[in-house]
Design a protein around this ligand. Sequence first.
Ligand code: SF4
Length: 241
Amino acid sequence: MQMSIVKVYNILLGTYGPQGWWPVTRKDHPEYFPGSYDHPKNEKEAWEIMVGAILTQNTAWKNVEKALTNLIKAKCLDVKCIARMSKKELAELIRPAGYYNQKADRLKTLAKYMLDKWGGNLGKFFHRPVMEIREELLNIKGIGKETADSIILYAGKRPIFVVDAYTRRIFYRLGLIPSEREEYDKIRETVEKAFSKLNEEDKRIVFNEFHALLVEHAKQHCRKKPVCEGCPLGEGCKLKA
Ligand code: SF4
């Protein structure tokens, strides 16, 4: 029998526990622990997450961490420094994240935009209706829906559900969407509707966890070639059935 989205969320949370994303924040702040949703606590942390959201495009997180560490060592993990640094120098620092020339362009475009249009004031940038922020991010070259929504949710601490390839795979196998190629916004809206009764802050926490939990589930069980034995979602899965 098909499971509701809320049930899927509750089962994943019960199985894997709170994930406490965004991961880099936890690494750099040992006091941070899963289940605390205070971070980012300042604009420096928010910018770090925005940079991470660009760097993580088409690469594993461990490579992003290396690139971020290089930026931290070069004392250049801030909006001004990235906007002013030469593209060549920036590309060299972020080389471990792959596609480094393209990502250097994207980071510089984003940094310059934040500086020119918002004076580097990220707090002000995020203190607006979610869809207004989203529209603006989507107009910046190199920022697609998944990156924009990751930035809004994890850097801006505003409620929006992030859809990625893992979400598509798991939802399709559970029969929650008709195809893995279902439209991005249809999936996002379906999840957001399922939690529409929650207040803003609770929604933010649920969307923060749900995305991270789906990633964890895709790593542990719902891989390309799924490991269905012991899967906590097995009873609602059409693939297993
Ligand atoms: S039963 Fe298998 S295919 Fe279905 S959600 Fe679990 S791991 Fe994925």
